[in-house]
Ligand binder design. Sequence first.
Ligand SMILES: NC(=O)CC[C@H](N)C(=O)O
Length: 357
Amino acid sequence: AQTSDAPKPNTRLPKVLLIATGGTIAGVQDAPGSLGSYRAGTLTAEQIIASVPELSRFAQIETEQFSNGPSTSITPAQWLALSKRVEKVLKDRDDLAGVVVTHGTDRLEETAFFLYLTVRSDKPVIVVGAQRPATGISPDGPINLLAAVRVAVAPQAKSKGVMVVMDDRIISAREVRKIYQRTGGFSGGEMGMLGVVGGNGPDFLFAPTRRHGEDSEFDMRKVDSLPRVELTYSYPGGTGPRFDGQPDGVAVATNGMTRAESDVYTALRRAGVVVATVFAYGDNMSAARDPDAPRPAARPAAPGDSAPARPDSVRVPPAPAMVTAQHLTPAKARILLMVALTRTKDPLEIQRYFLRY
Ligand SMILES: NC(=O)CC[C@H](N)C(=O)O
């Protein structure tokens, strides 16, 4: 006969797949119980689950170890592999209520946003991490994981896209950012908080209206590698970046470019590189112009309006349009540009994506 102390799984509970990638939530210290240093991505998915017996009251949990390390080692190739895996398992397995991904916090918002754009499913995908290692004093991983699983099995979580659940908050992956390196450090700024998780479970108050999840146009199944998109920063006195080889796109974090920077990006656009500008602080609400919006009628000509016409011989055709990101952080604008470039290189089409997602 088998002897086991593990509680019998309650087969009436919804099923959740936990995909572990590492991070502090899997971190172990040299001196457990201290405030000392630790190695991120040490505990396995099974060990993480075993440390939170309370989980078994809410879900039957299966685990998958995708990787185990710090999230700084996550690459765009891994985003792609993770997205394909999550989408496939949600499509193939009717019995799964949702997926929870454990992740290091440094790059958590980027992986979450990539999944938000590319996992075409109405089932919840929750990304969760911790700021304190599993062996530390008052670790936040167990309570965050419990909250994440409770959101993953909540009927109200359906169609809300990819969410980050940490510190009792449910935040849309579109808005979430790590604003500081302590517990409570994940926020959507003024936006993106969909609800809270209290003792009675999740309480949703809002739903994202930008396109995501099952409505996403970004099908990654036939994408083998993501376009190369660089992220640059503009600053007073800046002369613009130089690249080894030509990227497919560049996202520029800028509040206004110098003339020299502007010339570099214009030349890149003429060479076929899609350039997207994004407000450096991630809150540019109104700058993106909808290419399909009706234009105001031209002002009637007034006396003294006419500038001397330039001779045709010196007229240079305009460079392809610049894309403007709307209310995204620079890192996320770069990700949306990468994903959009899998569909088109036309900056106007890409602008439309930037207005929809
Ligand atoms: N709090 C964390 O998870 C940070 C740990 C590590 N730097 C990572 O991103 O994986």
